[in-house]
Design a protein around this ligand. Structure first.
Ligand code: F3S
Length: 421
């Protein structure tokens, strides 16, 4: 591949991986058949190029530069291994909801068919594991997106570092990724022990715990024990997303629950904990106050649910609470879920329930990625610690964080009344 025998794009991809592996000090490459990456989103610059030289040329140029680090524009071949597109821009079906550029929305559609025809599966979600990409324990992957990476390593026991646009693009054409970091068994042991002394039960509790833990351990590997309810997908999804936002947590263990930690001893393996941390009532309050630090006004313009993208169970929960009710005038509600689950929500009648109440179900993106929100939004509410962490800085808005009940209540009344119980 490095000699160019598999074509120009694959040669560029292998050159990139060799440089990347050498920079990391990786001993070798490892085979992967599971790549979750992103072909770059449409931008005004690409639109300009498309006008001058055609859409296909603009997409090729974008892939060459951003995914292969090549100034030379090369043809984009079919991918060699199973590859999924992560989150991207919203598509044209959202055009009536916000002030985003119509041209960019349309360009997204052309991008989907260009890369789809090359074998990239346009899942268009930050939660590939909710729509069928569920790697098995020990499987080597090349995934981007911090909330997906931490789920992949911790909950599924598959192996990935937090890759980038470039390395996932290169991995999709070669089926290789540097064998380093979380691909190696010794890197995956716990570093910090966290004694949880306050009951962690609801999704909001798991988000708060994740947010506090991430802030303290940063990019290390926490091992949790104590008053933890038995979590399911939604809670672990929110815990990991929060911990990878306030810190850079890519893996955690819960002895007796996560696949590489049958016991506390197994979670730490050859390591001893660097530090033992206590998470009690005071620490929970710190996390809550930090997440609500930008909020002042209680009149809510916009409720954002689905960060990371909602599971069908979460869409069902929200629909049940909205059934037969009406969202306050002047308040918008968007629920984000993968497009494959949106189809299920349509079938089950949840989309109609949400829309009859005045809300919307959106797919493919989120406000933090697309940088679009309902017109005139100043104050936002969410049940996601991750969205509460990022959106105020990205969009310059005030943000309230609370439970799903708090958010639905805000949608119906137009006022925030959430508090920490
Ligand atoms: Fe997904 Fe956007 Fe949140 S990418 S994890 S919904 S910030």
């Amino acid at each position: 591949m490095l000699d160019g025998n598999a074509g120009a794009a694959t040669q560029k991809a292998m050159e990139l991986l060799v440089r990347y592996g050498e920079a990391l000090g990786a001993e070798r490459l490892v085979d992967t058949n599971n790549v979750c990456g992103a072909v770059t989103a449409p931008t005004p610059l690409k639109l300009e190029l498309a006008k001058k030289k055609g859409t296909d040329y603009a997409l090729k140029a974008g892939f060459s530069e951003m995914n292969l680090d090549s100034r030379e524009v090369v043809d984009v071949p079919r991918v060699k291994v199973y590859t999924c597109q992560l989150i991207q821009n919203f598509g044209p079906d959202t055009a009536s909801l916000h002030d985003g550029s119509r041209e960019i929305l349309d360009f997204q559609k052309q991008s989907d068919s260009f890369f789809g025809s090359r074998g990239i599966h346009i899942m268009a979600t930050c939660t590939p594991y909710q729509v069928g990409n569920v790697p098995v324990k020990g499987e080597h992957c090349a995934w981007m997106e911090s909330s997906a990476v931490v789920y992949c390593n911790s909950v599924l026991g598959a192996r990935t570092n937090t890759e980038g646009i470039e390395s996932t693009g290169a991995a999709s054409l070669t089926g290789k990724i540097p064998y380093w970091g979380f691909h190696t068994p010794e890197y995956r042991y716990g570093t910090h022990l966290v004694d949880v002394e306050v009951a962690v039960e609801s999704m909001m509790d798991w988000g708060l715990l994740g947010y506090w833990v991430g802030e303290i351990v940063q990019d290390q590997i926490p091992v949790l024990r104590g008053k933890l309810s038995k979590p399911e997908l939604i809670k672990l999804k929110h815990f990991g997303a929060a911990a990878s936002s306030s810190g850079g947590v890519e893996m955690y263990h819960i002895p007796g629950l996560t696949p590489e930690a049958p016991s506390l001893e197994a979670a730490f393996g050859t390591r001893k904990p660097i530090q033992t941390l206590k998470y009690g009532k005071a620490e929970r309050k710190i996390a809550y106050d930090n997440l609500n630090s930008t909020a002042k006004d209680r009149k809510i313009d916009f409720i954002m649910l689905g960060c990371p993208h909602d599971s069908i169970e979460q869409v069902w929960q929200a629909a049940r609470q909205l059934e037969g009710k009406h969202i306050h005038s002047g308040t918008e509600l968007w629920i984000h879920t993968p497009r494959a689950l949106r189809e299920l929500a349509d079938r089950n009648g949840y989309t109609k329930i949400v829309e009859d109440a005045g809300g919307h179900i959106l797919s493919d993106s989120c406000p933090a990625i697309s940088r679009v929100m309902p017109r005139g939004t100043r104050v936002v509410a969410t049940d996601s610690a991750k969205q509460a962490h990022y959106l105020p800085a990205i969009m310059g808005i005030q943000m309230w964080f609370g439970s799903l009940d708090d958010c639905i209540n805000a949608a119906l009344t137009g006022e925030w009344s959430g508090r920490l119980e």
